[in-house]
Structure formats: C-alpha cells, structure tokens
Design a protein around this ligand. Structure first.
Ligand code: PHE
Length: 337
C-alpha cells in the first residue's frame, strides 16, 4: 500500500509536469470521489492497527502534496498568461497618435455665412420661409398673376395646383410684410427649385439670398449703397457695382446688378468673359401692388428688395467654372475651401 501511494504521488507529479496538463482532470483522477487516492483510503480497513496510522499519515501527505502541486501549477499558469498578455499587448507610448479628421462647412455654407455676416453687420435680421410654398406667395402676391409670362422663366415643381416648391426666396418678402409692419430690414437665405436640367450653370435645386428693406423714405440710393457695401466686403475694396435696367414684376423700377471683375479689375478676362463686369443679382424698389397686398400704404412707405444666387456668388468668388462640383461632394474638391 505504501508503494501504491508513492506511485500515485509520482504519477501526479509526472502529469503536472506536462505543459498541456488539464488541472481539473488531474484533480478528479487523483483526488475525486472515485479517484485513485480515495480508492487507497477505502482499502485501509484491511490494514493492521499498527500499520493504519502510518499509511494514513502517508496518504495525507500524498493528498497534500497533490493539492499543493495543482495549486502551484494553477498559479504558474496564471502568471504565464499575464506575462504573455503584457508582452503581446505592449503599447508604445512614444508612437505618434492618429489625428482626428476635423470636418468643415461646405463652400456654399461658408459663403452663405459670409453673406449673412455682412448683412447682419448692416443691421439686417435673418428670416426663413418654407420651401414648399403656396402659388399665392411665390407668384400672385408678387404681382405675377396666373398666365403671366414671368412664370415661364421660373417653372418649378408642383405638389398640387396651388402648392409648389418655391422658385425664388421672394415669397419671404410677402410673408414678412404680412406679419411685421415697417421698419423692416431682413435677409432670407434658403433653397429654391426650378425644373431646369442639370448643366454647368443650372440645377433644379439651388440657393438664393433675398433682401428686403421697407420704411418711410427708402430710395434707390439706399439700395445702391447697401449693395455697394456688400460687394466691396465680399469681393474686395476696389469692387464697383453697376445697375442695368431690367424687369421684375414685383419691383419697379428694377435692375440687374453687376460687379466689376475683381480678377482683371474691369479690363476683361476669362472670369468675366471679356466683359469687365459680372452679373450677380436682381433688385429694385418694391412694387406698390406688393406693398398694398400686405396692407402697407405705398403713399407712406417705400422699400427695396434684392435677390441673388449663393451658388453664383460662390463660383465667382472662387473661380469655379462648373456648378456640379458644388453638389458632387468629392472631398478632393471640398478640401480646397
Ligand atoms: N427673385 C428674383 C429672381 O429669382 C430676384 C429678385 C429679388 C429681383 C428681389 C428683385 C428683387 O430672379
């Protein structure tokens, strides 16, 4: 029996030396209820009274030995696993970090913000209007009755017979004058729609910025001064503006406004197509019919309005020759601004 116990100790020792030892299986094999050591202890009844304590003591020693050996091995395995982890997952704190990519505003949004800031600096407030608009606000209240030829140049998308996607930001003029009595001094940037095919200078969706000033004694001189200040701030101090007679149903008199070409200074170049001038907006004195329709007496009050394309200003400012670049969102293009 003594030899049997020594064998068990040696067998356990040998198994625990194996690199792939399964500790739980070893524990069950030697110390479990049906384990080898337990088997020996069960046979102790057959021993003589003087042998029994000696064998009992040895059996205890062997059990303690195996228990300790398993615990030591478990501890060693744990330490080895931790060492491996520390080695494999080592961090080089001197390595340069990954810089986060910081986004920025789209060029159209940048220019819109710049335009807004210029007008805010002159005391204008910002008002927004709906993109899905009534025919009444987009056309009728702007002195463009049904079948008026001016509708042809602003054909848009219709939701119903009298609801459409606004073709201009001018309806915000009417909405503002209905709600607010003079003095009025607002700009209104936003999306507008026209059923135009896409090409280098057209898009069914684009952006405009509308301006409206109504008060006692407002004249064309105020309009000119305001637009000149805008043009000089936007395109450079030496920029000049030029008014050409035009027609808009909702302003009288009306004008198309050009800025002197800031690339060639007016001599003629590729940007201004040899003209020396670049058209940037439409403007005029608010038509008495429009004022009257909003319950503002044209005998007491007068006003001016203007509207310009934000794409157009952006393209002129940055020398972009194809509008489609502004909508493709190719980062190689956008990163330049
Ligand atoms: N709404 C006009 C357009 O889209 C521009 C404009 C605005 C003209 C205000 C005069 C006054 O063409």
């Amino acid at each position: 029996m003594k030899e049997k116990l020594e064998q068990i100790r040696e067998a356990a020792k040998a198994q625990l030396a194996d690199a792939n030892a399964d500790l739980e299986a070893i524990r069950i094999r030697f110390l479990g209820k049906k384990g080898e050591l337990t088997g020996v202890l069960r046979g102790m009844g057959q021993l003589s009274a003087e042998e029994r304590p000696k064998i009992g003591q040895l059996a205890n020693e062997v059990r303690e030995y195996i228990e300790n050996a398993i615990a030591e091995r478990a501890e060693a395995d744990k330490r080895a696993a931790l060492d491996r982890k520390l080695r494999d997952e080592r961090i080089d704190v001197t390595m340069p970090g990954k810089a986060p990519e910081i986004g920025k505003r789209h060029p159209l949004a940048q220019v819109q913000k710049e335009m807004e800031d210029i007008f805010i600096g002159m005391g204008f407030g910002i008002v927004e209007g709906p993109e899905v608009e009534y025919d009444y606000y987009n056309f009728q209240a702007l002195n463009i009755p049904e079948n008026h030829p001016a509708r042809d140049t602003q054909d848009t998308f219709y939701i119903t017979d009298n609801i459409l996607l606004r073709s201009q930001t001018s309806p915000v003029q009417v909405r503002t004058m209905e709600k607010q009595k003079p003095p009025i001094r607002i700009i209104s940037p936003g999306r507008v729609y026209r059923s135009d095919a896409v090409d280098a200078s057209h898009s069914p969706l684009f952006h405009q910025l509308e301006g409206l000033v109504v008060d006692k004694g407002i004249t064309m001189g105020d309009l000119k001064g305001t637009l000149e200040t805008f043009a000089k701030t936007m395109f450079g101090e030496s920029t000049q503006i030029r008014f050409r007679p035009h027609h808009f149903p909702f302003t009288e008199p009306s004008a198309e406004v050009d800025v002197s070409c800031f690339v060639c200074g007016g001599k003629g170049c590729r940007l201004c197509k040899g003209e020396g001038w670049i058209e940037i907006l439409g403007a005029g004195m608010v038509h008495p019919n429009v004022l009257r329709g909003c319950d503002i007496d044209p005998e007491v009050y007068s006003g001016f309005a203007f509207g310009m394309g934000i794409e157009r200003v952006t393209m002129i400012k940055y020398g972009i020759d194809d509008m489609r670049y502004l909508y493709e969102n190719d980062v190689r293009f956008l990163n330049q601004f």
